[in-house]
Ligand binder design. Structure first.
Ligand code: NDP
Length: 227
């Protein structure tokens, strides 16, 4: 009987935090993992862990342009677009500078818009494509008065994801995910969840996705979140 080949997972933005932990856990599960990072030391560490490592800066058109060629021949069953930045801690009515606006929007919104088209030929049938959003991007559950720019970027990312789900209908299950409030450089030390727990629950949620889940927004434990 032919051996079933292991699933192939792509994690975009895997130098540290949630992305790196997803790489560790998918590898421990026996998946083939391709992972991206921006700096050579992170690429080396990813290779030492057993991943195929690709250099990628999602804010650079030139860097992303080579991606389709680099992943040619791959059949990703799971893709997680995880790279993201928080930017300055702005309260509502604190006007962002052009530089801060460009950095946050380029990374969190333009990045996925650039990266996903490069991956289309490398998606396995019914692949799971997840973007790492944030509950802070949910317009339907807004209460706080902090993170004005970051919230706007994740709300825009959610719109991008919804359109991807329509464009890729019958090709991929496309979802936005909230990882929880996680102890990473971004989440800080007071955050609720260890990164191991967030990554484990995210993997479970991704594995449990059905075709009818495409175009929706889920918490790390699989609970739907309003747009
Ligand atoms: P970290 O700040 O720990 O890690 C961010 C990751 O994104 C790093 O690997 C970083 O790479 C990468 N990245 C940033 N900019 C770029 C870029 N231009 N090109 C490629 N990679 C880039 O964050 P977390 O692990 O906490 O967060 C991961 C995702 O989860 C983010 O999208 C974040 O918005 C989201 N999230 C996190 C929450 C939390 O509580 N931690 C809560 C809700 C959402 P590098 O090392 O090169 O900077």
């Amino acid at each position: 009987m032919p051996m079933k080949s292991p699933p192939h997972v792509l994690i975009v933005g895997a130098s540290r935090g949630i992305g790196l932990e997803l790489v560790r856990q998918y590898l421990a599960d026996g998946a083939l993992v391709t992972a991206t990072a921006r700096d050579d030391a992170s690429l080396q560490r990813l290779r030492e862990l057993g991943a195929r490592a690709l250099k990628l800066d999602v804010t650079s058109a030139a860097s992303v342009a080579g991606l389709a060629w680099q992943v040619d021949g791959s059949h990703f069953s799971t893709v997680v677009i995880n790279a993201g930045v928080y930017g300055p801690r702005l309260r509502t009515l604190d006007t962002p500078t052009d530089t801060d606006f460009d950095q946050v929007m380029h990374t969190n919104v333009l990045g996925p818009m650039r990266v996903v088209p490069q991956l289309l030929d490398a998606l396995a049938p019914q692949a799971r494509l997840a973007v790492m959003s944030s509950r802070m991007g949910s317009i339907g559950s807004r209460t706080a008065n902090s993170g004005w720019l970051y919230r706007a970027s994740k709300a825009a990312l959610n719109s991008v994801l919804k359109d991807l789900s329509l464009a890729l209908i019958d090709r991929a299950i496309c979802v936005a995910l909230h990882p929880g409030w996680v102890r990473t450089d971004m989440g800080g030390e007071q955050a609720d969840l260890p990164v191991e727990t967030s990554a484990r629950m995210l993997r479970g949620t991704i594995a449990g996705l059905a075709a009818t889940d495409s175009g929706h927004f889920f918490d790390h434990d699989g609970t739907p979140i309003p747009w």
